[in-house]
Design a protein around this ligand. Structure first.
Ligand SMILES: Cc1cc2nc3c(=O)[nH]c(=O)nc-3n(C[C@H](O)[C@H](O)[C@H](O)COP(=O)(O)OP(=O)(O)OC[C@H]3O[C@@H](n4cnc5c(N)ncnc54)[C@H](O)[C@@H]3O)c2cc1C
Length: 400
């Protein structure tokens, strides 16, 4: 039985701990914060994310707290025209063997955390910020910022987009600033007029150089609003409060209905979107990167957490019953299996802006093109992402 150190107790780190424990090893999760918790609002889980959760043994617990969506609805944010919807009802659920859901981020995290707490093969250690690592004699030691050293047979860096493990492994500097600012607000559903509720929809309002997305969270009691402005910002800010006037000004090009939604928001906060280019190197002997530490992506494909969980399941399947000596080779195999798929999603998430942000004639052409697509074609478009079932059997998974 190997001891696998995991830097980071977010969604990726906890999923990895469950996968490692399930494959017969002991996982030690080192979390920087004083307690294991997740902040933020809603998170969408496509079938591929739910299949990964099933493989980790917690799919049903997550489904029980989730709101099941009926459509991904695409609106022209200027004219208010309903351009198209990818239906998420029977045809989609049958094809991808799962619903598409939204959950509160804290709910997903707490399901994973409870499962970790009830495992005898997982140690959860908070207040432990990893600062680097070194490999000595077939073992790896994580160095903590307070000087402690934790030693195991492998180290997984699941410590997010500004990963300390990645800094030591790749040294590729700060994330790329995308030039896009996101504005976020959460509104009690009972304050949203009936005609704007869309209680079972993820709705996009596409505008010139901007868009607004919303969906219900917390069992449908609140509406999560996230509006993106392609404002060319170069400052990587996080969670900065802004007033309604700034929101009105940034999204003034949107039409009346989208603006009515934005007017409902209070306590707006902004942050700058950052990501990184895909890289070929995720491993260094007994050390590997996972989740946002390996492949941070813009949230536009709603896949970052789903990919972190797929990573975890793949890694667990490879480590199943493995001896300590084989770990470097198995980590290299994990990276080989996961690299292309996650790189494609990183690039697709960036590329989605080209569909959402055009103006004038280009926006009209987009609407014509999208509205002509039948359901099957819309499903085909997302099948490679949503329809992927990560599998322990063939170590890669299959598209449904
Ligand atoms: C606005 C927004 C919306 C999103 N929506 C979706 C969505 O709908 N669907 C989806 O699948 N994904 C979505 N994502 C992406 C998703 O949130 C991330 O991809 C996912 O949380 C990554 O998980 P992670 O565990 O790899 O990293 P993180 O969530 O960043 O967790 C890293 C953990 O490591 C800890 N840590 C950091 N540094 C250290 C250190 N040095 N030592 C020890 N611990 C450390 C942190 O405290 C944290 O607990 C969204 C992201 C954003 C920003």
């Amino acid at each position: 039985m190997a001891v696998v150190l995991i830097a980071g107790g977010g969604i990726g780190g906890l999923a990895t701990a469950l996968a490692v424990a399930g494959s017969g090893h002991h996982a030690v999760v080192l979390e920087r914060a004083d307690r294991f918790a997740e902040i933020g609002a809603g998170i969408q889980l496509a079938p591929n994310g739910l299949h990964a959760l099933d493989a980790l043994g917690v799919g049903d617990a997550v489904r029980a707290t989730a709101v099941h969506m009926d459509e991904l609805r695409f609106m022209d944010g200027v004219t208010g025209e309903h351009v198209t919807s990818l239906e998420l009802t029977k045809g989609y659920r049958d094809r991808f063997a799962s619903p598409y859901v939204v959950v509160h981020r804290a709910e997903l995290h707490s399901v994973l955390l409870e499962a970790c707490r009830s495992s005898g093969s997982i140690s959860l250690v908070s207040g432990s910020a990893v600062d680097g690592y070194r490999t000595v004699d077939h073992r790896v030691s994580a160095r903590l910022t307070d000087g402690r050293m934790m030693t195991g047979d492998a180290l997984i860096g699941a410590d997010g987009i500004r990963s300390a493990v990645r800094r030591r492994l790749l040294g590729d500097g700060e994330p790329r600033v995308s030039g896009i600012t996101v504005y976020r607000a959460v509104i009690p559903m009972n304050e949203v007029p009936e005609d704007l509720r869309f209680e079972r929809s993820v709705v996009w309002w596409a505008g010139p150089g901007c868009h607004l997305v919303h969906y219900p969270i917390a069992g449908g009691s609140h509406l999560n609003l996230a509006a993106s402005s392609d404002d060319g910002t170069t400052e990587p800010v996080t969670s900065v409060p802004v007033g309604r006037d700034r929101v009105r000004h940034e999204f003034g090009a949107l039409g009346r209905t989208a603006l009515r939604l934005l007017e409902l928001g209070r306590d707006w906060k902004t942050w700058t979107l950052v990501d990184r280019d895909p890289v070929g190197t995720w491993t260094d002997g007994r050390v590997a990167l996972l989740g946002d530490a390996a492949h941070p992506m813009l949230h536009y494909a709603a896949q970052g957490a789903c990919q972190a969980m797929e990573d975890a399941v793949t890694l667990g399947a490879l480590l199943d019953g493995a001896g300590e000596a084989s770990l470097p080779g198995l980590l290299a195999e994990y990276a080989r299996v996961r690299r292309d798929r996650t790189a494609r999603i990183q690039l697709a998430a960036r590329d989605s802006i080209r569909l959402w942000h055009p103006a004038g004639a280009a926006a009209r052409d987009r609407n014509t093109m999208l509205s002509a697509l039948p359901q099957r074609a819309l499903q085909d478009h997302v099948a490679w992402m949503h329809g992927f079932r990560v599998s322990g059997a063939d170590r890669a998974g299959a598209t449904l």
